[in-house]
Design a protein around this ligand. Structure first.
Ligand SMILES: Nc1ncnc2c1ncn2[C@@H]1O[C@H](COP(=O)(O)OP(=O)(O)OP(=O)(O)O)[C@@H](O)[C@H]1O
Ligand SMILES: [Mg+2]
Length: 326
């Protein structure tokens, strides 16, 4: 598989004490929409700026399209589009003038610039605003302009730092459908940082989860779900809970369990035996005076999955979790 972004041992230490990015090995496949997920302060923006050659790593290497990215990699940077978290624009310009100005910076000749601008204004739904001053734009409209701006040079790689931040549900939906549309172009790879898991779940093909500057997961969306969905089971029961937990202790594939009134969450030791374990649990429930109210397999969505991964990372059990699941 061809990779578009490849980092090895990428590290950034600010002021000799703040480790913002810690020994990061990233591998972003071509044509993917890669979601770079992590809570505030995890190191997402710092990583993106290093990938763009805007700040210098303290250690490690970066390859973009198989070429080393450095602060002086001007030609390489021209193949990358960048949407910062809070882009600023010259207030008095109209989107058309601004995009024209960006096109000139990229050295795009006029005969290519004009059709490109009109295509982008249309695809980002800014046609009705093409002669309004940018300072009058709403947050959502500004984001759409940001997306148009980072596409001006027709980049093969798009880096978007929290493109859905600050948008209302309609603004988010519109940004998401734009990004999803872009992702369909087989020549493009999109790298998006976010802490909005619901968005990532909707359009990303791959995901990297970063916490405290460290990558704690890297894989496809379905791998995250597999990892977190299958390693625990939640049962809502009526009946003798004491007898039930005693039974759990006799099951070799149950690592631990947590109980709250009427609810038992069991964690599996080895998910290879998921089906067998569920069958044993059901058999016990059927053979004894229990009423099964509900049954859920682990995390229901990526939000839970993400929080669970962060929790496990904190308790240093993450690597064991991966070994069990994959
Ligand atoms: N120039 C800097 N000098 C010192 N520390 C910095 C600098 N830039 C970032 N940091 C610190 O590095 C850590 C990572 O910051 P970064 O902006 O990369 O996080 P982030 O994941 O993008 O967070 P957010 O979701 O809030 O945007 C934070 O603790 C931040 O305070
Ligand atoms: Mg950030």
């Amino acid at each position: 598989m061809t990779t578009v972004i490849e980092t090895q041992a990428l590290t950034k230490i600010f002021g000799q004490k703040k480790i913002a990015v810690n020994d990061l090995y990233l591998s972003v496949p071509k044509n993917s929409i890669y979601g770079f997920l992590g809570p505030n302060g995890a190191g997402k923006t710092t990583t993106i700026k290093m990938l763009l050659g805007l700040i210098k790593p303290s250690a490690g290497t970066i390859k973009i399209f198989d070429q080393p990215m450095r602060m002086d990699s001007v030609a390489l940077r021209k193949r990358v589009g960048y949407l910062p978290t809070h882009p600023t624009y010259p207030d008095k310009m109209t989107p058309i003038k601004y995009l024209d100005f960006i096109g000139k910076i990229f050295g795009i000749p006029r005969e290519k610039r004009i059709p490109r601008i009109s295509e982008l204004v249309r695809s980002t739904d800014l046609l009705g605003l093409s002669s309004s001053e940018i300072r009058k734009f709403s947050t959502g409209e500004t984001t759409r302009l940001g997306i148009a701006t980072c596409l001006m040079n027709n980049p093969d790689l798009l880096m978007m730092d929290e493109p859905t931040t600050g948008l209302d549900p309609i603004g988010r939906a519109s940004a998401i459908s734009l990004i999803t549309e872009l992702g369909k172009d087989p020549s493009k790879t999109i790298f998006i940082s976010s802490h909005i898991l619901a968005d990532i779940e909707r359009f990303c093909t791959h995901v990297g989860i970063v916490s405290n500057g460290k990558l704690i997961f890297n894989g496809t969306i379905s791998e995250v779900k597999k990892l977190t969905n299958a390693n625990s089971i939640i049962l809502e029961l009526e009946g003798d809970m004491h007898m039930f937990t005693q039974f759990l202790q006799t099951m070799p594939n149950i690592l631990k369990h947590e109980t709250s009134p009427g609810i038992v969450r069991v964690y599996l030791r080895d998910i290879t035996y998921y089906k067998e374990t569920v069958l044993q649990l059901f058999q016990f429930i059927a053979d004894n005076p229990y009423q099964l109210i509900s049954f859920k397999s682990g995390s229901e969505n990526l939000e839970d999955a993400f929080l669970q991964l962060l929790e496990e990372e904190k308790s240093d059990g993450f690597l064991r979790g991966i070994a069990r699941a994959l």
